[in-house]
Design a protein around this ligand. Structure first.
Ligand code: CA
Length: 226
């Protein structure tokens, strides 16, 4: 993951670069608006951390040109002002989030991670296995062209199985990812949900995609005989 920081205050810029490098990102730092714009347009960045008040070209100008040239990477604005107008202006111009200075690095990191996750999930719009399709944007599932209605939990469960296609997912992992809870061996909520999901997406169709791996968990995969 590659991040561009555009920040003219040397201390803040260095501090951000160091922190993001230590968090495992590849980082470029530009110290004024024009340099930042040049890098943003030429480099392949997954996210930009953009200060508003910059020499040569301010953050608004950078963002406007970046968006006009069709770049859609998430942009996190850093602003020393906390006026509502500035935030609205930034969001109007296509910023994805903003942070008011001074801020804790941990907060910046949390925002960066959230924006990157969001960016990634938008890249893949449809998950597929055989003739089963899950449309992430429209929240729709179909198999062999037939629309299937799922509850929110069933949808989340199927999304997880499709994302990890071919991997056996232990019940404990499914519990933490879909139900946001620790696995309690007394509960059969996962088995019940998988059974319901199978009735909807597997029973009326061939081949069967969801398989129970005894003593281990569940896997979604296209059977090898095909
Ligand atoms: Ca500044």
């Amino acid at each position: 993951m590659k991040i561009l920081i555009v920040e003219d205050e040397p201390k803040t810029g260095d501090y951000l670069r160091k922190g993001l490098l230590e968090s495992g990102f590849v980082v470029d730092l530009a110290r004024d608006g024009l340099d930042g714009l040049h890098l943003a347009l030429s480099g392949d960045y997954d996210l930009i951390v953009l200060d508003v008040m910059l020499p040569s070209l301010d953050g608004w100008g950078v963002l406007k040109t970046v968006r006009r040239s069709g770049h859609e990477m998430p942009v996190l604005f850093l602003t020393a002002r906390d006026g509502v107008e500035d935030r609205v202006r930034g969001l109007d111009l296509g910023a994805d989030d903003y942070l008011v200075k001074p801020f804790a690095f941990s907060e910046l990191l949390a925002r960066v991670r959230t924006l990157l996750r969001r960016g990634r999930s938008q890249e893949v719009e449809t998950l597929r296995a055989a003739d089963l399709e899950l449309d992430l944007l429209r929240r729709r599932v179909s198999r062999a062209g037939v629309r299937i209605d799922l509850t929110a939990k069933e949808f989340a469960l199927l999304e997880l199985l499709l994302r990890r296609q071919g991997q056996v997912l232990p019940r404990s992992l499914i519990a933490s990812q879909v139900w946001d809870m620790n696995f309690d061996s007394d509960t059969n909520v996962i088995d019940v949900a998988v059974r319901r999901l199978r009735v909807k997406v597997d029973e009326p169709f061939e081949p069967k995609l969801i398989r129970t791996v005894r003593g281990m968990g569940y896997v979604l995969e296209i059977p090898e005989s095909l």
